[in-house]
Design a binder for this molecule. Structure first.
Ligand SMILES: NC(=O)c1ccc[n+]([C@@H]2O[C@H](COP(=O)([O-])OP(=O)(O)OC[C@H]3O[C@@H](n4cnc5c(N)ncnc54)[C@H](O)[C@@H]3O)[C@@H](O)[C@H]2O)c1
Length: 354
């Protein structure tokens, strides 16, 4: 494989609806992300949402009216006990998922749960195990894997253009310190909530889960959020053939100053990607850089991709790619990162056993 042989088109990396049967969706949680991304993508992908519920009557009413959803109400049974609903889209915060859990397991319908799966390792392990015991398909909405730029990077890695990988690095500089948003008060938000996207992508890109994590964090003077917003998580692999980092800097609120890059390095070549383009370089063509501009964006189409994966998995009778079982490894990295920072030591993932 060399640069001239490399092919990558938007058709390859943009998510599309599954070719098989589609499942009618019941939405639990009619908040920000459901309206700004889920329902937009489902309309574009042709998925049918037949019921929605939220504890906030105004949220139910406006969501039902905006998207023309047949059944709606503040009682979750409007979704859980609705024969029309074949798959549940769970778009509430982690604490609300715990409250809803007994009813969800009793309903027995497949679930696509928003990330982060849970705020603690213990909750995630308990929910994954209880879903397995109840025979409920549980997928976690790590939809970043279906974002066009990330899907493009994954396809390029899988083409073998880089050879065996020895490094995966994610460097993001962005503003996450909004004084009036719910995440201001979430402890360790940028590691255990927002950050799980990038930890999960490191696993997706490398195909591997680290053995240990060490973390360092920084709090910006005058910041609003309750926890430090900037961090570096170094992921250790005992085999000694791979290193990975997730680095987030919370910068001042300046769009012009924001940047995000993935750097994937292998024995034969490298991939450097942002959300707008992906570059490939090779050791056998040292003066050349092949650039693929990326079509499409994370919001909303990746959300159509993840729901499509749940439907495809149901059609094929297999576990979804980001099943709760798979996601436990992402949650373990985040939990180890928090413990490492709190205790000032490298933390092994085997400290977290399901
Ligand atoms: N890219 C992404 O994947 C992404 C982006 C944003 C948010 N999220 C995640 O999605 C989840 C929700 O975030 P949001 O921004 O939409 O929050 P939000 O606060 O805007 O919405 C949550 C909704 O859940 C409702 N709710 C609370 N308890 C409920 C219950 N018991 N039953 C039914 N509804 C209930 C609330 O009334 C609210 O309308 C969080 O876990 C967040 O991390 C993911």
């Amino acid at each position: 494989m060399n640069l001239d042989e490399l092919r990558l088109t938007p058709e390859d990396y943009r998510p599309k609806p599954p070719s098989g049967r589609h499942y009618r969706i019941g939405l639990i949680g009619c908040g920000g992300v459901a309206n700004a991304a889920h329902l937009l993508a489902y309309r574009d992908f042709g998925y049918e949402v037949v019921a929605c519920t939220d504890i906030d009557p105004a949220a139910v009413e406006s969501t039902q009216a905006r998207w023309g959803i047949e059944s709606a109400g503040t009682d979750p049974r409007v979704v859980l006990e609705n024969d029309q609903v074949e798959a549940i889209d769970l778009a509430v915060h982690p604490h609300a998922r715990l409250e809803l859990w007994p009813g969800l397991l009793a309903a027995g319908k497949p679930i696509l749960s928003q990330k982060p799966f849970a705020m603690t390792w213990e909750d995630a392990a308990w929910m994954s195990n209880s879903a397995r015991d109840a025979g409920v398909t549980l997928m976690i909405n790590q939809q970043a894997r279906w974002a066009p730029a990330h899907a493009a990077i994954k396809l390029l890695i899988d083409s073998g253009i880089c050879g065996p990988l020895f490094s995966v690095a994610h460097v993001r500089r962005s503003y996450q310190d909004q004084p009036d948003r719910w995440w201001r008060d979430v402890v360790n938000f940028n590691i255990v909530d927002h950050g799980v996207h990038f930890l999960d992508l490191i696993r997706h890109f490398s195909g591997r889960t680290p053995d240990a994590v060490s973390a360092t964090t920084a709090r910006m003077q005058g910041q609003n959020a309750v926890s430090p917003l900037s961090h570096t998580l170094a992921l250790h692999f005992d085999s000694g053939d791979l290193t990975a980092i997730d680095h987030f800097n919370n910068i001042v609120q300046s769009r012009a100053g924001q940047s995000e890059f993935w750097h994937i390095d292998g024995a034969e070549g490298s991939i450097s990607g942002s959300r707008e383009f992906v570059d490939v370089t090779r050791r056998d063509e040292p003066e050349r850089r092949l650039r693929f501009p990326i079509e499409g964006g994370w919001f909303p189409e990746a959300f159509g991709g993840s729901m499509g994966e749940l439907m495809a998995a149901l059609n094929e009778g297999r576990e979804p790619l980001t099943s709760s079982r798979d996601n436990l490894n992402t949650i373990r990295i985040a939990a180890a990162g928090v413990r490492s920072n709190d205790e000032g030591r490298t933390v092994r993932l085997e400290e977290f056993v399901a």
